[in-house]
Design a protein around this ligand. Structure first.
Ligand code: ZN
Length: 672
């Protein structure tokens, strides 16, 4: 919660509350949809509002790209189900129809047929017979039939995609010992392309002494044509051209209302990249973007994160539009201006420290629009660009999205979670007093300092950790934050009001990592997602290493398991030791070491504890995952067509929003 973020002397957020703002919008399957407020949008200048508006439109135009990247049938599935949902004239009150509606909502939430978090294909709760019957009642002109295809053929094509659990079971497969490319359902690689072929193809492109390596493969699909591997680049005239042209159209308008010339240059360079697909241009854009610190309005728009590719090469399309939260940014400025102190005092081998921490810019932002891989599920912090050499030479831009955290916190008040899982009133009181504050601070430290700290030894391949790279990198950033949370420097800098406040974050981090994050895992499944692996890795490692000193206990009370932290100072020491080891793995590119840590601590789940946690969680009747709807922005024009204002409203629901997006921003063919 923003109002209690900071101690005396530091910034306090002064966000006015909108009376009776209803955060929770919808609930289905394991998902709750929230809305978020955009405080102070009204205070932007008209020109800034216009800029936000155009960037918002550019964000929404890319929506179909992510669906197609996630799986090549996703647009066909979505369009077929939407056609049924909108046009069905049968009984809409039956369980079958309701289950079809729920399935469609899950497709919107996952941007496709796989769960956004577990990455497993979800199972419809209606039959294939019902599906076929329902589709047959729809006017064929409204269905996504491809040239000359019959309705029966469409149904036959989609039935295994929806109903056969062995077809495309996993979006991004991280399991050991199989071909990760062939067993992943995403659409970054063509049929019959193997992991070994991908590794050889991109391995050859890397030059050993390249000081400015581009992100090979980031913006293309790798396919086999007549037995030869070729890249199909995402650009104007290439793959996803029709959506990219629309994005460019709005970016061009945005470039006419920028806050300054540098921002205009950033946008124009991005346009240039979208036109050419040239990765050198992308790096030039990233550098200009990271150096633009003067603008209040900012954005991410492009092929950005590589979590969706098991080899971490291909980037999914995403966009956010945001502006600076002036008050809360004072907090991250304190952190950034002390970046060198933190780097110097970090408990890692001096060989892996940066002599000079460059341009760790950090700010707290208010997000105005979420799109692509940031919608409906969204991160609460972002740190970009991803290219290691740019981060090293030019620094990175790090943001904490406070209006999203605020929505999470507000929607969780009094939901019974802490009462069920925390050990005692001591932990609960600390969570109430300091939970939001320390959680925000941990995010700041993770983003502003953690990812930007440390360096690779000369000659170490940044991709050396392969499939374990994301987990190790997230663990590194988390540990950096955890280690410093407990440092007296936090109170000294006015970032925490009390020397014991950090214990709130330590306790909730360990409880989450050892226990409660298992609420997000299906029975009998292991942990796949990088952030979750990293959290369990850290919690399980410190638990084991601290056993002799009784640092953390797992205690049974009335047959229920609780986490008890006995020695917080010692816990901090363990965080420091693990940080040193993780940094060593990263800096030296120790693949075997990284693999061993992740596989030993981060992946496997204790089945009986897992079942217990799921049963206790079920009683609370909460949704383990949350997504968001965006506000609606409208241009207000006078009779001459001059823009007079841009208004914001919060009343659109999840279904209406997605149907509107599908109608207004349907930019790609059903198959690409
Ligand atoms: Zn991170």
């Amino acid at each position: 919660m923003t109002t209690m973020l900071l101690a005396s002397g530091a910034a306090k957020a002064t966000t006015p509350k909108i009376d009776d703002f209803k955060y929770s919008v919808d609930k289905f399957a394991d998902i709750e949809i929230l809305r978020y407020r955009v405080p102070d949008f009204e205070k932007l200048s008209l020109k800034q509002k216009e800029l936000v508006y155009y960037l918002n439109e550019a964000a929404l135009e890319g929506r179909d790209i992510l669906y197609d990247q996630n799986n090549k049938y996703n647009l066909c599935v979505r369009r077929t189900l939407e056609a049924v949902y909108v046009n069905y004239n049968g009984n809409r009150k039956t369980t079958d129809f309701q289950n079809l509606a729920t399935y469609l909502k899950r497709v919107w939430m996952g941007n496709g047929i796989h769960h956004h978090y577990s990455e497993d294909k979800f199972v419809p709760e209606f039959s294939s017979t019902y599906f076929a019957e329902a589709v047959k009642t729809i006017d064929p002109a409204k269905l996504p039939l491809s040239n000359g295809e019959t309705v029966d053929a469409l149904i036959n094509k989609l039935t295994p995609i929806l109903f056969d659990p062995t077809v495309y079971p996993k979006k991004t497969n991280q399991a050991e010992g199989v071909d990760l490319i062939k067993t992943s359902a995403n659409n970054y690689y063509g049929d019959n392309v193997s992991q070994a072929e991908v590794e050889a193809f991109y391995g050859k492109m890397k030059k050993p002494n390249d000081k400015e390596p581009v992100s090979f493969g980031m913006n293309s699909k790798l396919v086999k044509e007549n037995g030869v591997l070729v890249e199909k680049t995402y650009k104007v005239g290439g793959l996803y051209s029709s959506a990219i042209i629309k994005i460019i159209g709005w970016l061009e308008k945005a470039a006419t209302v920028t806050e300054n010339d540098q921002q205009k240059d950033v946008i124009n360079t991005l346009i240039d990249f979208y036109r050419t697909g040239n990765l050198k241009t992308y790096d030039r854009y990233s550098i200009k973007w990271v150096e633009d610190l003067a603008s209040d309005v900012d954005f991410v728009n492009g092929f950005t994160e590589t979590y969706g590719d098991p080899l971490g090469l291909k980037a999914s399309w995403e966009s956010i539009v945001d502006f600076k939260n002036m008050e809360a940014t004072k907090r991250t400025e304190i952190i950034s201006s002390n970046a060198q102190w933190f780097e110097y005092h970090s408990p890692i081998d001096p060989r892996f420290k940066k002599e000079k921490v460059k341009g760790v810019s950090a700010k707290v932002i208010t997000v105005a629009m979420l799109a692509g891989d940031c919608y409906p599920a969204t991160p609460i912090g972002i740190n970009l660009p991803n290219a290691d050499w740019i981060r090293h030479e030019y620094g990175s831009k790090s943001v904490t999205i406070e209006n999203i955290t605020e929505a999470y916190d507000q929607a969780s008040l009094g939901n019974g979670f802490d009462e069920e899982f925390m050990w005692s009133d001591v932990e609960r009181k600390r969570a109430k007093d300091f939970g939001s504050m320390t959680n925000n601070l941990h995010t700041d430290l993770h983003e502003c300092l953690g990812h930007g700290s440390g360096k690779l030894l000369q000659g170490v391949d940044p991709d050396a950790l392969k499939a374990y790279g994301s987990t190790i990198e997230e663990a590194r950033a988390d540990l950096f934050g955890l280690y410093y949370m407990g440092d007296p420097k936090m109170v000294e800098l006015g970032l925490l009001p009390d020397k014991d406040a950090y214990k709130a974050e330590y306790y909730s981090y360990i409880m989450n990592g050892l226990m409660t994050q298992l609420t997000r895992i299906q029975p009998d499944k292991n942990i796949e997602e990088a952030h979750m692996r990293n959290r369990q890795l850290i919690a399980a490692w410190v638990y084991e290493k601290g056993k002799a000193d009784n640092v953390i206990e797992m205690v049974k009370r009335n047959g229920e398991t609780f986490v008890k932290v006995n020695r917080y100072e010692k816990l901090r020491v363990l965080f420091g030791q693990l940080l040193a080891e993780i940094q060593r793995i990263k800096s030296t590119g120790d693949f075997e070491g990284g693999k061993k840590l992740v596989e030993t601590y981060g992946v496997k789940v204790d089945n009986s504890l897992h079942n217990e946690v799921l049963a206790r969680y079920k009683k609370l009747n909460l949704a383990p995952y949350r997504g968001f709807v965006n506000p609606v922005y409208k241009l207000v024009e006078n009779s001459e067509g001059e823009i007079k204002d841009i208004t914001i409203s919060y009343d659109e629901n999840f279904v209406d929003q997605n149907l509107r997006y599908s109608k207004d921003y349907s930019n790609l063919p059903t198959f690409n």
